[in-house]
Write a protein that binds this ligand. Sequence first.
Ligand code: SF4
Ligand code: SF4
Length: 454
Amino acid sequence: MSDRSRALRAAALSWRASRFTVATALPGGDLALYNSLTGGLARIDATSEAFVVTAAALHAGFDGMPQGALAALALEGFFVPEGRDERDEVDALCAAERAAAQDRLELILMPTEQCNFRCVYCAQTFEKGRMKRDVIDGVVALIAARAPHLRYLKIGWFGGEPLTAPEVIAEIGRAARRICAEHGVIYSSGMATNGSLLTPDVFAMLIENEVRRFQITLDGTPDHHDRLRLMGDRKRGTFATILNNLRAMKATDEWFGVTLRVNFDAESAQAMTPFLDFLETEFAGDARFHIDFHPVGRWGGPQDDALAVCDAQDSAQRSIELAGAAIGRGLGDAALRGRLSVGGSKCYAGRPYSFVVGSDGALYKCTVAFDEPLNQIGALTPSGELVIDADKHARWIGRGAEEDAGCRACSFAPACQGDACPLARIRSGERACPSVKSQIGAAVAALAPARGRS
Ligand code: SF4
Ligand code: SF4
C-alpha cells in the first residue's frame, strides 16, 4: 500500500484512547499519560493548548488523521484506530514469551549459599555452602547441550554472597563465554552482590567474564546502612567498604550498569534527603548508576518482628517519590523506567526459560521462598539435564494475563502480564499486582518532570 493510500485510509478512521493508556491528573493540574503496551510516557502541561485537545480526545476519541499533539501521542500508542483489538497483542506477547523458551535460557546460579553479611531483614538460612563440583560440571554440561539451539543465554549470580566464591564464577563464566562464542549465542551476565568484596581485581575478573550488571545495596546514610547491614560477626561498618568499591568501579572506563538498591525502613525513610544529596555528589551524571528504592519487608527472617517496616500503601508511594527525587538529582532512571516497559514488571519466576540453580543442584523458580516445596521444582544432574516436575513448573508459568478476568481487563497487563509475583499468586490463588501500578501518575511525573514555566 502506498503512503498516500495509507494516509487516506488512516484519515477515514476514528481514533480512541488505547485500552492500555492510563491518564492521571497530577497535583499541579498537569496530565500524566502512560501506555503499558508501548512504554510511552507523556506529561501534558495544564496551561497548554494540547491539554484541552488531549483531554477531549481521551474522553470521546476523534475522527480522521491525528494532527499536532494528537499525532505525537498516537505515534506513542496513546491513541489507536477504532476497532483495533489490543488484547490480541497482549496474548501474542504471552505466546511469544512461551515460544522464547526454545531459544532462550536464563540461569540464576548460587555459587555459594553462604554470606559474609547478616542483614537484619534477611530470610536466608545459610545452611548450604559453596557450589559442589558435580553441580559446576552440570551447569557447564547444560549450557553445552543447549547452546546449539540458543540465541540468548543469561546468567545471574546470586547467593548468599556470590563473591565469597569467585572461583566458581570465573570457572563457569569462562566456560559459558567459550561455548556461547562457539555457537553464536548472545551471552550476558549480572550479579546481585552486597558489594563488600567487589574490589578492583574482582571487578576486572567479572568484566572479563561479561558480568556487567550489578545490583548493590546501600540502605541509606552510613548510620542507617550500618544498622541494617551487619557483618557476619554482627559488627558495623560495611558502608565505607562498599562505597570504596563503587568509587573504584566509577573510576574505570568499563561499560557496566549498577542498580543501587536502597531498602528503607520507617527510621531510615526519615533521613533520605541527606542520603540523596550524598548520592548526587557521588554518582549524578554517570549513566552507569541507577537507583531503586524498596521498603524493608517482613521477608521471613528471624528478626522480622523487630523490623520497623513501613505501611504498604505509604511505602509504595514513598518508593516512587524517592525515585523521582533521585532522578531529579541527575541519577539514572532505568530501574523505574524498566518497570513500566513491556514485561518489565513481570517476575523472572514467571518466565518459562528461567531457573534458579542452588549450590547443591536443587532447582527453583523464585529466589525468595527456597523452603517452600512448591518452589522446589527439580534438580540439575551432573550430566547437565534439568529434571523438572512439570506440574509444579506449570504453576509458576501460568496464563494470568490471558485467563484471569481481572488481568484481561487491566490497563497495566502488557507490563505485568499477570505475573508480577507468581509466588503470591500460587500462595493465595489471587493475582498480585505490582505496587507501581497504583502509583502510575507519580511514576510518570518522576520520569517526565514538569518543564519550567515562565
Ligand atoms: S515470585 Fe514473587 S517473591 Fe519470588 S522472586 Fe518473583 S516477585 Fe519475588
Ligand atoms: S496482576 Fe494486577 S497489574 Fe498484573 S496484569 Fe493482573 S490485574 Fe494487572
